[in-house]
Design a binder for this molecule. Structure first.
Ligand code: ADE
Length: 246
């Protein structure tokens, strides 16, 4: 997957070019190209922002340098996303859709945002990472890139681990344990070391349901809507947990 990032602060993207994503880049699974919007300023001081028409505080990123940057990455027929607290909040479904694309362009804003004509002309989708405001779109872009990249084949060491996960299956993830079996008087649940995989899977299912019901009742209600997908044992667990009062 090719991802173009248009930003005033390309140096902020060091974290996504190292570690897991760095390895994905080496294996050519993901190709992240950083473009400095300032390089497309026509101003002798490389100015890329100006005062807003109509007044108000802050500065607005000018259309022309952004147009230049978008043209330089040949963004014409590509999906373009603008990281913005005004956008639809992204979730795993959105990330999964984006991970199907071969090419993606991400525009990072700063200050009071970008000239509206950029968004209108280029048919850009605004995407938010949550109901809070950051100083710029760089960290949100990295959140998006990281969550998209881990869904690409062969990015995670264990190819199954992304699919196995809770948000995917509609439940929060069950608790996890590793060695030692006893730590400071706390034991790993017996069933996990029983070797009985059927019982282990039912335990994981039960714990995931319990956690989801407690923390995300909205997700729990959605999950139990389609009872036909449950085995007999699973259906019994669902019934038992559904009866528990919040
Ligand atoms: N830029 C500033 N805040 C943001 C947010 N919450 N999501 C996406 N981009 C942003």
């Amino acid at each position: 997957m090719k991802i173009d990032v248009l930003t005033l602060f390309p140096e902020m993207f060091a974290p996504v070019t190292s570690s897991i994503l760095g390895r994905a880049a080496e294996k050519n699974i993901i190709n992240i190209r950083l473009t400095d919007i300032r390089d497309f300023s026509n101003d002798k001081h490389n100015k890329a922002d100006d005062y807003p028409f109509g007044g108000g505080g802050g500065m607005v990123m000018m259309a022309d340098p952004i147009f230049g940057a978008l043209e330089s990455v040949d963004a014409y027929n590509k999906k373009i996303i603008y990281m913005s607290p005004r956008g639809r909040i992204m979730d795993q479904q959105k990330i999964s859709e984006l991970s199907e694309l071969d090419e993606l362009v991400i525009l990072c804003g700063h200050y009071e945002g970008v000239d509206q004509r950029v968004l209108d002309y280029w048919n850009i989708e605004e995407v938010s990472i949550g109901d809070y405001v950051l100083t710029g779109g760089e960290l949100p872009a990295m959140v998006l890139i990281d969550s998209v990249a881990r869904l690409l084949p062969d990015v995670l060491g264990n190819a199954d681990s992304a699919l196995d996960e809770s948000i995917y299956s509609g439940l929060l993830e069950h608790p996890q344990y590793t060695k030692p079996r006893r730590y400071r008087g706390l034991d790993v649940p017996e069933v996990l070391v029983s070797g009985n995989h059927k019982l282990i899977n039912l335990w994981k299912f039960r714990e995931a349901l319990l956690l989801t019901k407690e923390r995300r009742p909205d997700m729990f209600e959605e999950y139990v809507k389609n009872p036909e997908r449950f085995s007999k044992e699973e259906a019994e667990i669902v019934e038992e947990i559904s009866k528990i009062k919040p």
